[in-house]
Ligand binder design. Structure first.
Ligand code: PLP
Length: 448
């Protein structure tokens, strides 16, 4: 049982749950037994009943510096009082330019032209549209096809849903997704790689499936390949050694753009600013969000290469060069939060801290190897995953029960199908890592 925080704000006594149609939630079940959080600080949430909950997931992979950090809170409050909003079309404000420069300093090589969005989904759709605009500008308008990957998650826009590879996310919209999309096989293979520490040894050759797609469609029809360097939402799929390099090489051979969706892996999750640096593979565009503002204000972005940017710029004789943007692109509050967040990451050396903690983290999560129901444990950076054998006829149910058990113990973990994903804020202590793993072990021992 976790301690009760007497200072925590209470949920209103008469809270109607009917009107809010919750995202990616079993609404009926939730509303029968709601799980409400009312405040947060550093590594902890406080639940509506006053109990403290250790955040083993950095919210939704986004609160990398921990919750309600004072410099970010202050920056947002000050900005709201100074310049709450400025139009982003044909007008600008300094903070968005400053933040773009700071983001560009973190991205690899020349990926230093930054377009702001409000979410990861918008960042993905923006990157896909940029790819199309680039090929049109280059005089190759027939390059319209996208290649995604099964079990990929790229948000919920029509573009992201189309290149994404989660059956459940596609089913309700089937027939109306983008045409001209192919999918690579996913690289997750427990028969060869179960209980790997870090990158699994087997599966680089799965990247060669791109050659098959190219042979079928013709390279001259393919605009871009989009993958998460490490897929998070479908249960932490870690790229086999050499896989991403091979994908890059094949794209290079055929002049195809490579987009990394780093909405989860950006901003230190693996112990480097981006997974591109961690894996030593440079994409042509990076879609990012989440950690860019420590999730305190919604924001996403695309970092594009100067080649992509300049080609699109040069194709327009005058006037607007890219017919794309959002009312809240580079919103002042998000920009202020982003600048304060990047300052905090730098001041506290949080990306390096994640790298230093990674071996301790790996040892800790692999203590769950051999626990009942566990068919795989994997880790990379400050990400862990524990995959469970599904319950007969009820996929995901066992992991969901474990999630509920951990919550009861005061630890928030995340369910992704039959996998529990773990991704604490980068400020997590070794004691808190032990607490997360201990809760998982205790829960597993009780689980049917
Ligand atoms: C890899 C990836 N891409 C895109 C998204 C979508 O981001 P958002 O929910 O901010 O639209 C997510 C969200 O988890 C993600 O993990």
């Amino acid at each position: 049982m976790t301690p009760v925080d007497p200072a925590a704000p209470a949920a209103p006594a008469s809270l109607s749950l009917a009107e809010h149609w919750m995202p990616f939630t079993a609404n009926r079940a939730f509303k029968r037994a709601p799980r409400l959080l009312v405040s947060a600080k550093d590594m902890h949430y406080v639940a509506a009943d006053g109990r403290r909950v250790l955040d083993g997931t950095a919210g939704l992979w986004c609160v990398n510096a921990g919750h309600a950090r004072e410099p970010i809170v202050r920056a947002i409050a000050d900005q709201a009082a100074t310049l709450d909003y400025a139009p982003g079309f044909q007008m600008g404000h300094p903070l968005a330019f400053q933040l773009a420069q700071r983001v560009a300093a973190l991205t690899p090589d020349d990926l230093d032209r930054v377009f702001f969005t409000n979410s990861g989904s918008e960042a993905v759709d923006t990157a896909l549209k940029m790819a199309l605009a680039y090929w049109k500008a280059r005089g190759e308008p027939e390059r319209v096809r996208f290649v995604g990957r099964w079990r990929g998650y790229h948000g919920v826009g029509f573009g992201g849903t189309s290149v994404g590879g989660i059956e459940a996310n596609r089913r309700q919209f089937e027939g109306q997704l983008l045409p001209n999309v192919d999918h690579l096989p996913h690289p997750h293979n427990l028969s060869r790689n179960a209980f790997s520490r870090g990158q699994p040894a087997h599966g680089a050759e799965l990247a060669d499936e791109l050659e098959t797609i190219i042979a079928r469609r013709g390279a001259h029809t393919i605009a871009a390949v989009i993958v998460e360097p490490m897929a998070g939402s479908t249960g932490v799929l870690i790229p086999p050694k050499g896989y991403l390099r091979r994908l890059r090489d094949i794209c290079n051979q055929h002049g195809i753009l490579l987009i990394f969706d780093e909405v989860i892996t950006g901003f230190g999750r693996l112990g480097a600013p981006f997974a591109a640096q961690f894996f030593g593979v440079r994409p042509d565009m990076i879609a990012m969000a989440k950690g860019i503002t420590n999730a305190a204000v919604p924001m996403g972005a695309v970092a594009a290469s100067t080649e992509i940017h300049d080609t699109v710029m040069d194709s327009a004789k005058s006037g607007i060069e890219l017919f794309h943007g959002y009312t809240y692109s580079g919103h002042p509050l998000a920009s202020a939060a982003g600048l304060a967040t990047l300052d905090l990451y730098e001041r506290e050396g949080l990306f390096a801290r994640a790298a230093e903690l990674a071996p301790y983290w790996a040892d800790a999560v692999h203590r769950l190897d051999g626990e009942r129901h566990v068919i795989d444990v994997r880790d990379i950076g400050l990400v862990g995953a524990v995959e469970l054998a599904p319950r007969e006829g009820a996929p995901g149910a066992r992991a969901f029960d474990l999630f509920l058990d951990c919550l009861e113990q005061g630890v928030l973990v995340r369910v992704a199908g039959d996998t529990i994903a773990l991704s604490p804020p980068l400020i997590v202590s070794t004691e808190q890592i032990d607490e997360i793993v201990h809760a998982m072990a205790a829960g597993l021992r009780r689980l049917d």
